[in-house]
Design a protein around this ligand. Structure first.
Ligand code: KE4
Length: 420
């Protein structure tokens, strides 16, 4: 494939943006190549600046569950834009969208629209701290919740159950209240609650992890988190930025039948525009300004253009539940091809990761044992044959309802070719 134009654009981008990108993973450092610059997209296809065409399994990291340029979404956004991009004031559309979200996620008795998953999670954690009057929070190694300071942590050395900043520029003081547990390890959570009795404001978890690659919850794990948070009067926050409206119309909490106290949504809920949501129990959300003393605000929160994209997307998903059956069928076919190619696959609905590990990946340590060099070879093999997938072993592949059976079959054939 010729990537001349992309390489030229990348050299220009490097002059203006760190690493030439507006989000680190796009730099493709983890897979040993320069990024391709995308010019347009439609359905399950994306086209780069050199005119190369790919079947897209990144789907903008999740939002494009309907595929690119779904006509109903595009026309809804155009219609909204013609009436004004943003008012910085109340408008009916935000009520209608909130209504749809609450219907799909009954645990979100009250909610607020914001602009990114990071903002949604950061605000949910602040509300949980404000509601409980406690400072400490528990998160899981390998789970990513956006780049707010207190959540950019990694395990401290030795027996420290505290954490240390995972990014420079984050003062130690911002992360000392963030405790780290192990995903799918109930003992690590129990220990933290025993060592920090009555001090834990919340537990935040990806109900199906997708930022260490896809790692579904082991049986009983989410149930355990629900009980231990209830017993300790801590808030259980489901970060459903990826899983919301993807694993089912009601997200992971509908799929697994666990009702969290708060939920963060992003990606699909914005239909491809910058829109995310946090919400939960009324008594918690009533702590948020202007009702309560937990402050959170945003110039473009609930702007009509993004609300139009999210509403149009949810309307389609709500009306045609067969979409989820289709996604399951297509994703299972992909999984089968990868397994036959000898890959270790974790899948949850239309989220999947091919792991280059010897063993099944069920937690962060086993995910981190992956052979990332082999993953990079796999990535480049697929890209050169027109399959655009996650440029990191520790991300997910996303399937959309625009992925045709022919394209899924073509992808399976190329994966089988890889295995030869
Ligand atoms: P944003 O701030 O990027 O909208 O959302 C942050 C976030 C929160 N919670 C979960 C579970 C997430 O996966 C994310 C962001 N996801 C990454 C991909 N794994 C976004 C891609 C990127 O960082 O460029």
């Amino acid at each position: 494939m010729d990537h001349t134009k992309s390489e030229l654009l990348y050299s220009q981008a490097l002059e203006f943006m760190p690493g030439g990108v507006n989000s680190p993973v796009r730099a493709c450092k983890a897979v040993g190549r320069k990024p391709v610059f995308i010019e347009k997209a439609s359905g399950d296809r994306i086209f780069d600046a050199d005119g190369n065409e790919y079947i897209d399994y990144v789907c903008s990291w999740g939002p494009n569950i309907l595929g690119h340029c779904r006509p109903e979404v595009i026309s809804a956004v155009i219609k909204a834009c013609e009436k004004g991009l943003t008012f910085g004031a109340c408008h009916e559309g935000e009520i209608r969208l909130a209504e749809m979200i609450k219907k799909a996620f009954p645990s979100m008795e009250m909610l607020r629209l914001v602009n990114s998953g990071t903002e949604a999670v950061m605000s949910a954690v602040r509300a949980a701290r404000g509601f409980t009057g406690r400072d400490k929070i528990i998160k899981f190694e390998g789970c990513y919740h956006g780049h707010s300071d207190g959540l950019l942590v990694r395990a401290g050395s030795g027996l420290m159950t505290g954490s240390i900043p995972a990014s420079s520029g984050v003062p130690a003081g911002y992360t000392e209240s963030t405790l780290l547990a192990q995903y799918n390890d109930t003992g690590s959570v129990q220990r933290l609650f025993d060592e920090n009795r009555n001090e834990i404001a919340c537990v935040i978890v990806e109900p199906c992890a997708a930022n260490m690659g896809v790692v579904p919850p082991e049986k009983g794990f989410l149930e355990f988190l629900r009980k231990i948070t209830e017993d300790n009067k801590a808030v259980l926050i489901f970060d459903e930025v990826i899983t919301g409206f993807r694993l089912s119309f009601g997200g992971a909490q509908e799929l697994y039948g666990i009702k969290p106290d708060m939920t963060a949504l992003g990606k699909i809920v914005g239909g491809g525009m910058p829109l995310a949501v946090y919400g939960g129990k009324k008594e918690i959300m009533e702590c948020v300004a202007p009702l309560g003393s937990v402050y959170q605000a945003g110039t473009l929160s609930g702007n009509p253009a993004a609300v139009a994209a999210g509403t149009a997307t949810l309307e389609i998903l709500e009306k045609d539940k067969s979409i989820y059956k289709e996604l399951e069928k297509k994703s299972a076919a992909l999984e089968k091809a990868m397994v036959s190619a000898g890959l270790n696959v974790n899948r949850c609905g239309s989220l999947l990761t091919a792991f280059f590990t010897e063993e099944r990946v069920k937690d962060y340590p086993s995910a981190k044992s992956a052979d990332v060099t082999r993953y990079g070879e796999f990535y480049r093999f697929l890209l050169d044959r027109g399959i655009y997938t996650a440029p990191s072993q520790f991300e997910a592949m996303f399937v959309s309802c625009a992925h045709s059976d022919e394209d899924i079959e073509r992808t399976c054939d190329i994966i089988s070719e890889w295995a030869k």
